[in-house]
Design a protein around this ligand. Sequence first.
Ligand SMILES: [Zn+2]
Length: 225
Amino acid sequence: MKHITYKILKKNTKREKMDKLQKDGYSKFMKQYFIENKELFSNLSKSQKPETMIITCSDSRIDPALLLDAHPGELFIIRNIGNIVPPYFPAKGSTQASIEYAVNVLHIKRIVILGHSNCGACAYMYHKAKEGEQKLNHVDQWLSHITPAKSASMLEVHANKNKNIFELTEKHNIIVSLQRLMEYPYIQDNLIHDKIELEGWWYDIGSGAVEIYNFNTRHFDDAIE
Ligand SMILES: [Zn+2]
């Protein structure tokens, strides 16, 4: 352990304080965006009052603020691999804590589960480990939450071979997350009193298209018709 710490320290002292990406990006932010939105940041320094919570994948290609043209303070974002909402019990982990805080303290009005195309987490469910491949204990444990979505997708593909198992799993995973949210007692209470709305979105990275889950038809419809 000591040896590793020494190696990291040595590397950091050699490196410039910020690499090019950070330095240029931050400099641009301060000179442009921050100056143009000084009042917004001044207000945000006192408190936040987001109305929408987005639960999305950690995938680097997903940027909810860019997708929704949102400013800081507008979206409360939870990210994890696979945009998963774990079951309410056993209540442990940062996702449940973030949901609890956003609903009960910030009183957000809308929760959007934002899944996406080519999701590595969903594809991993069909991955067959090769001999000698490193075992990903935490990934395996976390992604076991996608098992119900995988089972539902396999059934659908069994009935219709033309369906894409990966896209189906991404979409079922969104539906399962929505169902789990409805089982959180305080969300149930908010739903009964019309204080909160739940939405499921599937975002296609290549085309930019968004499909929204329709609770009545149980299909995903194009966001823009
Ligand atoms: Zn993903």
